[in-house]
Ligand binder design. Structure first.
Ligand SMILES: [Mg+2]
Length: 248
């Protein structure tokens, strides 16, 4: 067997895409105002809000300018404007470092309170445990922050899976659609791309990984937005990965 490493996307691969779009994002959206109000004395939160205000100031998109007209002053004790700006970023699925930081803290509180429970595919935990037993290194690569990835795997309905994961990667390593990111990951894993199997529900991500020589599998589920494997091997359940592991 030449595959020693599995590199797994999360959304659409190990957990339903709907958990992120229909549970996590709406949860952050709803709790943003109360979370900021309750924690604004905290230095960390103040710094994140300052960073968000800075991002808003430099954002010259139409929606941002409109919000600036409604909330002309970003100073003082009113955080309504910046909160609305952050909610706008969630709604339009935009990348923002301060939003990611804040969402991570809101989700942490949600998981700790028991409001949130991560939904993973029914076979995910069983497969993780079996691969770990078979000495396969499982690493995670998601556009969600490493903090958010760890929270998700810590709070699944099948228990805490974090200890089964060897290394974590997010977009600090680079875009998931760029081959360079996968070269960087293989260096971090100290493994040749030929010994790494990457699984994702995005054919563009599979393309980028396969450019570096990684083996790829496309995760096809009815609920996934991308239904075209673009020539990559297709799996409909994580169980099928084991067949490929034996084959290579
Ligand atoms: Mg995905």
């Amino acid at each position: 067997m030449s595959i020693h490493h599995l590199l797994l996307d999360i959304e659409g691969t190990t957990c339903p895409a709907s958990y992120v779009s229909e549970t996590l994002f709406p949860y952050a959206m709803k709790h943003l105002p109360s979370f900021v109000a309750e924690n604004i004395q905290n230095n960390d939160i103040q710094n994140i809000i300052k960073a968000a205000q800075h991002e808003w100031t430099n954002d010259n998109s139409e929606a941002s300018i409109k919000l600036k007209e409604i909330h002309p002053s970003t100073e003082g004790n009113s955080f309504e404007g910046v909160i609305q700006y952050l909610q706008h970023l969630i709604r339009t699925d935009q990348k923002s470092t301060s939003l990611k930081d804040l969402q991570g803290k809101i989700w942490l509180e949600g998981y700790q309170r028991g409001d949130l429970k991560a939904e993973i595919f029914p076979e995910t935990a069983e497969c993780f445990r079996r691969w770990a037993q078979d000495n396969i290194f499982i690493s995670s690569y998601s556009s969600g922050s490493i903090q958010a990835q760890k929270l998700l795997y810590k709070h699944t309905d099948c228990g805490d899976l974090c200890s089964l994961i060897h290394q974590w990667f997010d977009t600090h390593t680079g875009s998931k659609k760029r081959a360079q990111s996968y070269s960087t990951i293989s260096q971090h894993l100290k493994a040749s791309p030929r010994n790494i199997l990457f699984v994702s529900d995005s054919s563009e991500e599979c393309d980028a990984a396969s450019e570096t020589g990684m083996l790829t599998l496309f995760s096809l589920r009815n609920s996934n937005p991308d239904q075209n494997s673009n020539g990559h091997g297709v799996i409909q359940s994580l169980h099928e990965i084991s067949n490929y592991l034996e084959q290579y």
